[in-house]
Design a protein around this ligand. Structure first.
Ligand SMILES: C[S@@+](CC[C@H](N)C(=O)[O-])C[C@H]1O[C@@H](n2cnc3c(N)ncnc32)[C@H](O)[C@@H]1O
Length: 284
């Protein structure tokens, strides 16, 4: 083992809607403590739960996935080319201005964008995430990123220690672009699966959340509940986060449902601010 006494613990390198950082302490009682199997996280987002659990060394293998191809590309570049990524980020940081932000944002409108190198795409995503409004990742129906610049006086774009620590944590990790139900082809008895989907909206006025150009609606929530039940019946340990809503209680009736308190409204459109309950569903 390399000597790592001065290595910082890894943390998420992205701000991400629904990031689980603030809930980790309350989740502690629900995380597995006995070693074994593979860790699957099919809605990985910023990976807050993965980065929290990985240092414990409980699992033999880690498989992370998300349907957002830009996000998965960024994770792979952080894993495989951290120094080259940092060099790109240093250049973005040096050139950052409102005009530069909008030029970088417009890059996905150019005809050669689909052939852009993985490194360029990854650095662009991270740069936009650090400088856009609220770290939001939103694309229009053509797949073009359309979030305005955020109001940060000094956005922290170049964070070498954070990228290097994340890269170390990801070294042996598999990261794929796939929809959540692909986990059915992979997870076996004894594996642990953590699902953190876009939430069921908390009020009638809030809409089902849109990530990328794709909507995660009631049909997907129902499909996810089927996948959860299939994995549980197979002997996987399954954990899922969602809102504390009648649909969620209905979909997971028969499983253990625990309430946790989140500090902020889970949907930016919700009128409610301040603490709201969410739930964690557990297969055992
Ligand atoms: C609530 S976020 C996960 C947040 C993550 N736990 C964190 O701490 O940052 C939900 C994620 O699901 C992804 N997603 C949306 N629909 C999906 C689908 N059908 N299959 C897989 N991932 C999907 C989104 O790209 C997003 O990253």
């Amino acid at each position: 083992m390399p000597h790592r006494s001065n290595a910082r613990p890894a943390q998420p390198f992205l701000k991400w809607a629904g990031g689980k950082g603030q809930l980790l302490a309350q989740y502690e009682a629900f995380f597995p403590t006995n070693p074994g199997g593979t860790y699957f996280e099919p809605f990985v987002g910023s990976g807050a739960v993965f980065f929290h659990l990985q240092p414990r060394g409980l699992f033999k293998r880690y498989v992370l996935s998300d349907s957002n191809a830009e996000l998965v590309n960024l994770f792979r570049v952080v894993r495989d080319q951290p120094e080259a990524l940092l060099e790109h980020l240093r250049q973005h940081a040096e050139r950052h201005s409102a005009e530069y932000y909008y030029a970088v944002r417009a890059r996905d409108r150019s005809p050669d964008w689909s052939a852009a190198p993985a490194l360029e795409r990854a650095a662009r995503m991270l740069y936009l995430n650090r400088t856009c409004y609220n770290g939001l990742w939103r694309v229009n129906s053509q797949g073009h990123f359309n979030v305005p610049q955020g109001r940060y006086r000094n956005p922290d774009i170049y964070r070498p220690e954070r990228i290097r620590a994340a890269s170390r944590a990801l070294q042996t990790v598999e990261i794929d672009v796939q929809r959540f139900d692909a986990v059915l082809d992979q997870a076996q008895t004894g594996d642990f699966v953590y699902f953190d989907p876009p939430y069921v909206p908390v009020s009638d006025t809030a809409n089902f959340t849109s990530y990328e150009a794709e909507v995660f609606g009631e049909a997907e929530q129902r499909r996810l509940a089927e996948v959860f039940a299939t994995l549980a019946a197979r002997g996987c340990r399954v954990m899922l986060s969602n809102s504390d809503t009648p649909l969620v209680h209905d979909l997971y009736a028969g499983f253990r449902i625990e309430r946790v308190l989140a500090r902020r409204a889970i949907n930016s459109k919700a009128v409610r601010r301040g603490p709201v309950y969410e739930v964690v569903v557990l297969s055992e």
